[in-house]
Design a protein around this ligand. Structure first.
Ligand SMILES: Nc1ncnc2c1ncn2[C@@H]1O[C@H](COP(=O)(O)OP(=O)(O)OP(=O)(O)O)[C@@H](O)[C@H]1O
Length: 356
């Protein structure tokens, strides 16, 4: 134990403190910077690997505790920032300039709450300070514009050199492009594979995304052309599979999971939506409408993490309908807390994979 107070002794006592997800020393990971000491007041910057770090407070507390073991320390002040690592490049995939991590939110079947999860995870990450974009590639139900309060918005087209580029819409801290901006919502559209592929590629490469920590893609349900196009075009940081506890939904999600694994896309985990119902007038009650623990069983069987369980809550649907996602409209509700924790877990796993 050092018996003096200087920059090197601060780094020495901080060396055993690990990033709990990466299991490596914060000092070795270059996460401790700008150590300064003035009259017993120690300050430094802690650079996390994601602004949505689920263990932020725990890491800060551990750092403070370690530094306070040094003699003559009066105060410890930790300035927390984040630098999200960029996912690893793949030789046969073309990344998007400035976009660090591309994530797919997928489901085996429709109506399980995939868009609800995509929108709320995007907003929760933005709330934490991340730069976030969302591609609503769901041709069957392009709900993201409504859920983000951007219904009726239009993407502007600009000429950039020889290329036309789309300017995304923006609300609640999230940049959005959507199939809903391109099609009349009352007009049935028959999508052919090549057409859909073309639009997905346009959404990836011809949008003025700027710098993004996370680009989230709300996929159409099922295992079709869109998934294939996405996985073969860009390097993917991972896919998240949304399911409900019913066994049919779980069967479909197994299929989705296998598909991503075959395409070489890491599956970050499963989200179980509509896990149980909390009656608004009896919040202490919990009803397992679709059975219970299905997501947990599937996650165990397929050896992927269960990222979280979201209850059925009326306010969650209302938030979506009003264009104010529940993580903003009612952050203290059970579903908002679950969604925020899911966003943090996703961000944590993406960082771990990028730095592995
Ligand atoms: N946990 C929940 N509690 C209450 N309502 C929910 C919940 N999850 C989703 N919903 C509601 O269910 C409907 C369908 O959800 P959502 O559009 O997110 O599903 P989806 O899987 O994206 O559907 P689609 O396949 O049609 O795109 C929406 O009205 C949404 O607000």
């Amino acid at each position: 134990m050092p018996n003096r107070l200087d920059t090197s002794s601060v780094l020495e006592v901080l060396k055993p403190v690990q990033d709990p997800e990466l299991n490596k020393s914060l000092v070795d990971l270059n996460m401790i910077r700008n150590v300064a000491i003035a009259d017993g007041n120690v300050s430094f910057t802690l650079v996390l690997t994601t602004p949505a770090c689920p263990l932020r407070q725990f890491i800060v507390d551990e750092c403070e505790r370690a530094v306070k073991t040094l003699p003559d320390v009066k105060t410890v002040s930790v300035d927390v920032t984040a630098e999200t690592p960029t996912q690893k490049a793949l030789p046969d995939r073309t990344g998007i300039d400035g976009v660090k991590n591309i994530l797919a939110i997928s489901s085996g079947k429709g109506g399980v709450g995939k868009s609800t999860v995509a929108v709320n995870v995007a907003v929760a990450l933005a709330q934490a300070g991340a730069k976030v974009g969302l591609i609503d590639a769901d041709i069957y139900g392009p709900n993201a514009p409504m859920m983000l309060g951007l219904e009726g918005a239009k993407v502007t087209v600009r000429q950039s050199g020889a290329q036309e580029v789309l300017e995304p819409a923006f609300n609640h801290g999230v940049k959005l492009v959507s199939m809903g901006f391109l099609i009349d919502k009352d007009q049935p559209v028959i999508w052919r594979g090549p057409m859909l592929n073309g639009v997905i590629r346009q959404f990836l490469y011809q949008v003025q995304w700027g710098d993004l920590d996370y680009l989230i893609v709300d996929m159409p349900p099922g295992t079709g052309d869109a998934q294939l196009t996405l996985a073969q075009a860009v390097p993917m940081a991972g896919a998240v599979i949304v399911t409900t506890p019913q066994s049919v939904a779980l069967l479909d999600s197994r299929r989705g999971l296998k598909m991503f694994q075959q395409l070489g896309v890491p599956v970050l985990g499963i989200v179980e939506n509509m896990s149980y119902f909390i009656p608004p007038d009896m919040p202490e009650k919990q009803y397992d409408i679709f059975g219970s623990a299905g997501g947990e069983k599937t996650a165990q069987e397929l050896q992927v993490p269960l990222l979280g369980c979201i209850p059925l809550e009326i306010s969650l649907r209302e938030g979506g309908d009003r264009g104010i996602p529940i993580v903003l409209a009612a952050p203290e509700s059970a579903s908002a807390k679950a969604l925020t924790a899911i966003a943090e877990r996703i961000a944590g796993r993406v960082s771990v994979a990028a730095l592995a």
